[in-house]
Design a protein around this ligand. Structure first.
Ligand SMILES: Nc1ncnc2c1ncn2[C@@H]1O[C@H](COP(=O)(O)OP(=O)(O)OP(=O)(O)O)[C@@H](O)[C@H]1O
Length: 312
């Protein structure tokens, strides 16, 4: 199947700075992908190129089968919402109406339900909205557009926790009815984790991780307890991190745990805590994962890791 988004050897240079450096990504249709990475990693640059707002310096970018820049057909099938979205001096309702003209799948009912959820009034001037309310408007437009490809670039600046949950819930519910390709750039990784089918992590313009969230969830476990028992369980296994305090040890063990491992751990009084998606992404961005992308469980862990990097 042709991917909805396909990026090959993409590089974007700004004068003396390389914002994206040889990125290869394929994102299938009908998926929600998290685009993650530290500040300045290159996430916005990638999304702007996917949205046709910028040209690559080199490499190829295809969205819905064609290069997006200056491509009316692709751009009508795509929605892009950014944190710093600028609106003309109009009312909320007018902003929605203008967006409806551009997006062929626009859903007025959904737009109106989202306004209610976010407590936004259609007759309020956009320039009088608070930062969070402006984010809510951007989310409303991007969701009601029901575009085949929807790109969210940290869409929730200033949104409170309740409103963010509205966003997650509404996105999941609407996605279930109308599957589409969603890319969500966010720093709130664990909060958004339940939404994400896969994650792409960029660091200093390079792809450092591209994996299914399910694979990552079972990827690493913190094992804590008596040193001897911890060492015995971890023997011959990849380890990311070791800490010792007196007779107690805590390590991060890489790879899935079998039922036998769990039983051994229980009988030795060891504590097992799976690493959260955020903890794994932090390690990926810090280079603990080798740059080999992990794509499917069968080719998983062994291929891509440096082990025991932090030392015994
Ligand atoms: N127009 C530009 N001119 C020069 N440098 C730029 C330009 N746009 C982005 N950059 C640089 O490219 C790098 C990537 O920026 P980008 O905005 O893509 O990062 P980001 O991952 O979205 O960061 P954040 O999480 O902080 O929003 C940064 O070092 C930034 O300073």
């Amino acid at each position: 199947m042709t991917p909805a988004i396909s990026v090959t050897d993409l590089t974007r240079r700004y004068r003396d700075h390389t914002a994206l450096d040889g990125i290869d990504i394929a994102i299938g249709g009908g998926t929600i992908t998290g685009l993650l990475g530290r500040n300045g990693a290159g996430k916005t640059t990638l999304l702007r190129i996917l949205a046709g707002h910028e040209f690559p310096s080199s490499g190829s970018v295809r969205v819905l089968g064609a290069p997006p820049a200056e491509n009316e057909d692709v751009l009508r099938r795509l929605a892009f919402v950014r944190e710093d979205q600028v609106y003309p001096d109009i009312k909320v309702g007018q902003a929605l109406r203008a967006a409806s003209w551009f997006h062929p799948n626009w859903d007025f009912e959904l737009a109106s339900a989202l306004l209610d959820d976010f407590g936004l009034r259609a007759d309020k001037a956009v320039k009088k909205l608070s930062r969070g309310q402006r984010s809510a408007l951007g989310i409303t437009i991007a969701m009601a557009a029901r575009a085949e490809v929807t790109l969210f670039d940290e869409p929730y600046a200033g949104l409170d926790a309740v409103a963010r949950q509205v966003f997650y819930d509404r996105l999941l519910a609407d996605f279930a009815r109308f599957p589409r390709t969603v890319v969500l750039s966010t720093h709130l990784i664990d909060e958004a984790a339940a939404l994400l089918e896969s994650v792409i992590v960029i660091d200093r313009g390079r792809l450092v991780l591209n994996a299914a969230t399910d694979v990552l969830r079972g990827l690493a476990t913190r094992v804590s307890g008596p040193c001897l028992a911890v060492d015995s369980l971890a023997e011959g296994r990849p380890v990311w991190e070791r800490r010792r305090l007196g007779s107690q040890a805590s390590i991060v063990m890489v790879g899935p745990l079998s039922a036998h491992d769990r039983e051994r751990a229980r009988s030795c009084g060891l504590d097992l805590t799976p690493l959260s998606l955020q903890q794994i992404v932090v390690r990926a961005a810090a280079g603990v994962l080798a740059p080999v992308p992990i794509r499917v469980p069968e080719t998983g862990f062994e291929a891509g890791f440096e082990t025991d990097r932090t030392g015994a």
